[in-house]
Design a protein around this ligand. Structure first.
Ligand code: FMN
Length: 190
């Protein structure tokens, strides 16, 4: 497969994977993928990223925080306990979870560019993972900015968690979510 075909196939075949096999990932594979993240375009070469590979204990603790938060929104405490326990089990059961962090620059313009850079790095990981037959899922939410998660992940004062990425061998590939072709949202100016 030539370079164009390989890259476009990986982009086209990427899905947000919800079900993973129990196969563990080795640290080399994870680190290799993260090496792709740091190759993202980066204005001023601020290199604003940091990555936290969350092991089973940390994922379990994260599941407890997330599960508690979900449970608090439910009226029935029994259902709440079930939801919390399911959340813990599903987070712990993931093959890998990586937190993508951004160092927060004082300058709002740099901060915005850095946010974009972290996401471009993340996309490198998603595409690289797909090329290796792995699945990914980007997860965000207000909870990532809340104190219990920041404490768990030992996030420094001048950093924020921009997303969590689930990573592993896909057990099931979701169908492609339909998109309007780019021709529908492209204007060509003379
Ligand atoms: C910035 C960002 C945040 C996302 N956050 C979540 C999330 O919190 N939960 C979730 O289930 N999916 C999340 N997703 C995944 C999208 O829902 C998914 O990309 C979309 O449904 C299209 O499906 P596809 O990735 O399989 O093409 C996020 C994606 C992006 C780019």
């Amino acid at each position: 497969m030539d370079h164009w075909q390989g890259t476009s196939t990986s982009i086209r075949e990427r899905r947000s994977v919800k079900k993973f096999t129990g196969d563990p990932l080795d640290t080399e594979t994870i680190q290799e993928l993260l090496e792709l993240a740091v190759l993202a375009p980066n204005h001023r070469m601020t290199e604003p990223w940091a990555f936290i590979v969350m092991g089973p204990e940390t994922r379990r603790a994260y599941g407890a925080i997330k599960g508690e938060s979900r449970a608090r929104r439910l009226d029935d405490p029994k259902v709440g306990t079930r939801v919390r326990d399911q959340t813990i089990a599903s987070m712990e059961g993931l093959p890998t979870m990586i937190a993508f962090l951004q160092r927060l620059d004082d300058d709002p313009t740099v901060r915005e560019e850095d946010f974009a850079t972290v996401y471009m790095g993340m996309q490198n990981v998603l595409i690289g993972a797909t090329a290796r037959g792995l699945g990914t899922h980007v997860k965000t939410g207000a909870i990532l900015d809340e104190e219990p998660v920041r404490r768990l992940l030992q996030v420094e004062e001048d950093h924020r968690v921009v997303a969590l990425v689930h990573l592993g061998v896909p057990d099931e590939l979701p169908p492609a979510r339909p998109r309007k072709p780019a021709t529908h949202c492209t204007r060509w100016l003379p």
